[in-house]
Write a protein that binds this ligand. Structure first.
Ligand SMILES: [Zn+2]
Length: 259
């Protein structure tokens, strides 16, 4: 079986603020190392749990932060922007892991909470329910019939994952103490937990249902800035709600997401 691992940076163990996750941040070089090391722990867990192949998606920002020379040589790696395909290669996979994720925009107390862009998106909804990256990405995998088996990150994203995805396993590597603060587990403990919960989640994958949502699918975005709402001329699929808010409706989550 093949496992897709989507790795984001904010929920990686050892990362406690934006200096680690911005390419011009003071601690970015350290952040990249932690990111690659959590990914390696997850890849080890995948193979221990019965995977025969792993597709790792370098998913933070521009998608080019993994230190390739340090990556477990058994995984293939997807880097860079992939246009209107969120999970390139997911159709080959039987399970999705969301590694190093963060809570949705506005989650009080959560480390580095945001939804896709802290600069532009205030809030998102999927079929009327407030949603973050965990819910959207799990539902896109659901378009392909693939279950999300594990989410790792702080206590807030783990709670959000359990609310959205019945049966998902979670691995809490830190406690959020605000947007730029966290209490971190010891390094060895965090990495061992990631490897062990990954192995267990991969073993259980056939018993976890893909996240399915009602169709057609409507995604609403409330933007931070006035003028960020696209004009209806850009796509007939856009429904403009007000000066900061618009919706897109489509047959799949992925198409509603990309408009
Ligand atoms: Zn990120």
């Amino acid at each position: 079986m093949t496992v897709f691992v989507f790795v984001d940076m904010e929920g990686i163990s050892g990362i406690s603020g934006s200096d680690f996750v911005k390419t011009d941040g003071r601690l970015y070089a350290t952040g990249r190392r932690y990111y690659t090391e959590d990914l390696n722990a997850c890849i080890r867990g995948c193979f221990r749990g019965g995977a025969t192949a792993v597709i790792a998606r370098d998913g933070h920002g521009g998608g080019n932060h993994v230190l390739w020379e340090d990556l477990d040589g058994r995984a293939t790696l997807v880097q860079g922007p992939t246009g209107t395909v969120r999970l390139a290669g997911i159709e080959e996979c039987q399970a999705l892991i969301l590694l190093g994720y963060h809570a949705m925009a506005g989650t009080r107390g959560a480390l580095l909470e945001h939804t896709y862009s802290s600069a532009s998106i205030q809030n998102m909804w999927l079929n009327g329910r407030p949603v973050g990256e965990v819910g959207i990405d799990a539902a896109i995998a659901g378009d392909y019939g693939v279950p999300t088996v594990l989410v790792t990150g702080d206590n807030y994203v783990c709670r959000e994952a359990r609310e959205w995805i019945p049966g998902v396993m979670t691995c809490e590597v830190k406690q959020g103490l605000g947007c730029q603060a966290a209490r971190l587990l010891p390094r060895e403990t965090a990495r061992r937990m990631i490897e062990d919960t990954t192995a267990e989640a991969v073993r259980r994958h056939a018993g976890i249902e893909p996240l399915r949502v009602a169709r057609p699918v409507t995604i609403r975005r409330e933007m931070i800035e006035r003028g960020a709402v696209p004009s209806r001329a850009e796509s007939a699929a856009f429904h403009i709600v007000d000066g900061r808010t618009y919706e897109t409706t489509a047959e799949t989550v992925e198409r509603a997401f990309f408009g």
